[in-house]
Design a protein around this ligand. Structure first.
Ligand SMILES: Nc1ncnc2c1ncn2[C@@H]1O[C@H](COP(=O)(O)OP(=O)(O)OP(=O)(O)O)[C@@H](O)[C@H]1O
Ligand SMILES: [Mg+2]
Length: 518
């Protein structure tokens, strides 16, 4: 029978119990006062012993363990675990608790719904039941008093989650369950957070990254595209594999090809596919190797570090090919770095960049992709792009028929058309950049239909073809003119030369006859 059930108690018994309870309540302040006085009188060691004894007795009678996760740790520091638990509980509590609260963070895409203050929810893990309570000390204290705006703004500091479980599961909870909660919380956070595009000015600055590019809309050879997707998939799943073979969990891609062939578009597609942030590293703004290290160690995991137009970024091109074998690589790079000083402020060197890629990341960089782009792959130092640093070399090339079909689908929403065959032949014969195809396929006015756009493209390719042909003809003519001019110049020279030789021979013969006469 429950103590608060009136069943089985007479009215006088109930009145007696209520009297006893109110007497105990009245005695509490006096008992507290006596306890405080004893604490002051007895030596500290004795009072500590008594406290420990009290806790032990309480432990014996209470089989439940409570772990508190406060939102605020003091000294301006907030507790990440509190927020991650909140994300974890958002998937559990909305089904059970009656009172919930919604929170929208600047960095997240959507609202997170979690337990309101004072609410509880039960979680089950490996057959064990665990209770989570949301507490707010301020809310409890201010139920009796009116709260000021100041209090509301700092009330998150007084919030906490308390986990309650039977003490027999202590080990399982602390060693397995809590790791699971934090891991799940992080996964929810990652799925919900907005992706960022970072650029380096003074340190990293970020904006939200929103780019519509994806592998479906990326125009390129479908086989090559599938290879890239498969490589990314393998990379995503290979955490254990990289750990086992002792390699850093990173992957390097070199994208090369003429301007307007989709290198930057490919980077956006990879970022969207992987759900990664992008760090767009402008090497010319990096003062020296030390700053480069700092910037790269400051990047988050699950990110892509991009160095666009690496051949133009710094003088990395082919330096090693002419290296002086009597000097160390670092010396030579430093020398070239100093030489560069005259036209660039950056002292970042090739070996500095290689050290950062290979060295620092081995220690702390995980789940990162590094991408270099260039229009002139032949100019790059082989050390920079060797396998292991740049694992995949991807050529982004001129638009062929398969790539065209993707663009026709993107821009005109068509899979076939009678003009496709003519376009296929034209694309085989000519080097047309995907950006030019895209430009021509984009309807300039609402009224323009697919056929008009396709005809525009055909016209544009033919016009370019004629332009190239007449340019080639002009160049040939110029060459011929140059050739004939130099031929004309050479002939009199030869004649003059021969003439002077003849004069010379005549003079010698004359002198010989004079000598003979003498
Ligand atoms: N392969 C492609 N697939 C889809 N769209 C493309 C492709 N290539 C180019 N485009 C279109 O052309 C525009 C320019 O492409 P992008 O900037 O990706 O070229 P790039 O290779 O990075 O050029 P650059 O070498 O000059 O930096 C894009 O905005 C896109 O609309
Ligand atoms: Mg680009």
């Amino acid at each position: 029978m429950g103590i608060f059930s009136s069943e089985g108690f007479s009215f006088s018994e109930l009145a007696g119990m209520m009297f006893m309870w109110s007497t105990i309540q009245q005695l509490i302040p006096q008992l507290t006062f006596i306890w405080r006085t004893i604490q002051q009188l007895v030596p500290q060691s004795v009072s500590l012993f008594l406290e420990k004894l009290g806790a032990k007795l309480h432990g014996l009678s209470n089989p439940y363990v409570h772990i508190k996760f406060p939102a605020y740790l003091g000294a301006g520091e907030y507790n990440d675990a509190y927020y991650l638990i909140g994300f974890y509980l958002s998937t559990k509590s909305s089904k059970q608790a009656a009172r919930l609260k919604g929170a929208k963070f600047e960095e997240t895409k959507s609202m997170t719904i979690t337990l309101d203050d004072g609410e509880e929810t039960i979680d089950e893990f490996n057959g064990v039941l665990l209770k989570w309570k949301a507490k707010n000390l301020k809310a409890q204290a201010s139920t009796n008093s009116s709260s000021s705006t100041d209090e509301t703004s700092t009330s998150c500091r007084t919030q906490s989650y308390v986990l309650v479980f039977h003490k027999r599961y202590r080990e399982m909870v602390t060693e397995i369950y809590l790791n699971h909660v934090i891991r799940e919380g992080k996964a929810i956070w990652n799925r919900n957070r907005k992706r960022k595009l970072f650029t380096n000015k003074a340190g990293w600055e970020s904006i939200n990254f929103k780019h519509p590019a994806n592998f479906n809309t990326l125009a390129m050879d479908p086989k090559k595209k599938q290879e890239i997707i498969a490589d990314l998939d393998a990379f995503k799943k290979r955490k254990e594999y990289y750990g086992r073979i002792g390699k850093t969990w990173k992957r390097g891609y070199l994208l090369y090809g003429p301007p307007g062939t989709g290198k930057s578009t490919m980077i956006a597609a990879i970022a969207n596919y992987m759900d990664y942030d992008i760090y767009d590293l402008e090497l010319t703004s990096v003062t020296d190797n030390a700053e480069l290290k700092e910037l790269l160690t400051d990047t988050r995991s699950k990110s892509i570090i991009v160095i666009e137009d690496i051949d133009c970024s710094l003088d990395f091109t082919g330096k090693r090919k002419e290296k002086d074998h009597t000097k160390s690589e670092e010396d030579q790079d430093m020398k070239s770095g100093n030489e560069k000083d005259s036209n660039s402020k950056s002292k970042v060197t090739l070996s500095g960049l290689l050290n950062v890629i290979d060295g620092i990341w081995s220690a702390c960089g995980q789940q990162r992709i590094i991408i270099f782009t260039t229009n002139h792959v032949e100019k790059l130092d082989p050390a920079l792009i060797r396998r292991g640093r740049m694992d995949m070399h991807i050529e982004m090339s001129y638009c062929k028929f398969e790539a065209f079909k993707t663009l026709a689908k993107n821009y005109l929403d068509i899979d076939s058309h009678p003009l496709f065959e003519e376009i296929r032949l034209l694309l085989e014969e000519n080097e047309v950049r995907p950006c030019d195809v895209a430009e021509n396929l984009m309807p300039k006015a609402d009224s323009r239909d697919a056929e008009t756009c396709l005809r525009n493209l055909i016209e544009a390719i033919n016009a370019e073809k004629e332009r190239q042909q007449s340019k080639a003809k002009d160049e040939q003519e110029q060459e011929e003119i140059k050739g004939s001019k130099s031929a004309k110049r050479i002939v009199p020279q030869k004649e003059t030369h021969q003439g002077s030789r003849k004069v010379c021979t005549r003079k010698i013969k004359k002198w010989l006859t004079i000598f003979k006469k003498l």
